[in-house]
Write a protein that binds this ligand. Structure first.
Ligand code: C5P
Length: 243
């Protein structure tokens, strides 16, 4: 663990050199940050739960043909992933008004959207991840038009699948953030889903009660963060081996 070369350390995860060329190890920390790291805490066990939830979701997506970086889970906190050239965008998909959409446009949280909204943010901490359009993305060569089309099509598929998957266990998928990376095969590249999908990157509301089961519990000091993440895992039928 300690002798492996660290490639990158983010707020909630660390990437280490993998066992094979073209692979990396993604390590899930217990650290939680919000508001661009202005709010910080350690939530005991969060990394373990997110590793499992992300494994579950990414495997399911692989199963329906949404190619992604996940290869296999290695242990409680680590998974083997394919190395990608990360595209510096956060792709947010929204089904119900919440969070920054509610604040920025003065709309009431909880209002269902007639059509899902997909937004792009430029991943740049110093700039607070500003929202950008396709024109900005192509102007600055963060992705080309074909890649943007692929990202949009994949995001719609991920949203449809996850709405059904969570819906089946009484959880409403309000919104989520995903990231993509480029993989090279000979002289050709394609974009695949990367990073993680977990209660840190999704808004998940209990369909019956409206209770928040995601990172907003941390952001808004609602308490019982781990209990809710664990409940998400339990409903998905994972971590049966955990207390
Ligand atoms: O804050 P906002 O309403 O824009 O977030 C939309 C969705 O994207 C939420 O599910 C949030 O958890 C996720 N997100 C994220 N990482 C960020 C920003 C937002 O996972 N840096």
């Amino acid at each position: 663990n300690s002798k492996r070369k660290k490639i990158y350390e983010g707020k909630a995860k660390i990437l280490y050199e993998g066992p094979e060329p073209g692979t990396l190890i993604q390590y899930f920390k217990d650290d939680a940050t919000a508001f661009n790291a202005q709010k910080k805490a350690t939530l005991e066990g969060k990394g373990v739960i997110n590793n499992r939830i992300s494994e579950f979701v990414m495997s399911r997506l692989n199963g329906i043909g949404v190619t992604n970086h996940f290869i296999k889970r290695l242990n409680l906190r680590e998974q083997l992933i394919r190395e990608v050239e990360i595209i510096p965008l956060e792709v947010v998909c929204r089904n119900i008004v919440a969070g920054s959409l509610a604040t920025r446009l003065g709309q009431e949280e909880g209002t269902p959207l007639p059509r899902s909204i997909i937004e792009f943010y430029y991943k740049k901490d110093e700039l607070n991840d500003p929202m950008v359009t396709e024109e900005h993305i192509t102007a600055f060569n963060w992705a080309n038009t074909q890649e943007i089309d692929d990202i949009l099509a994949t995001t719609v598929r991920v949203n449809d699948y996850l709405c059904g998957m969570f819906g089946a266990v009484g959880i409403t998928l309000v919104d989520f953030k995903i990231e993509f990376g480029r993989v090279w095969e000979n002289d050709f590249s394609r974009v695949i889903l990367a990073d993680e999908i977990s209660p840190d990157s999704c808004r998940l509301w209990d369909t019956a009660t409206g209770e928040k089961m995601d990172k907003d519990r941390f952001r808004r000091d609602l308490g019982q963060v781990i209990e809710n993440y664990t409940e998400v895992a339990r409903r998905l039928g994972i971590m049966k081996d955990m207390p």
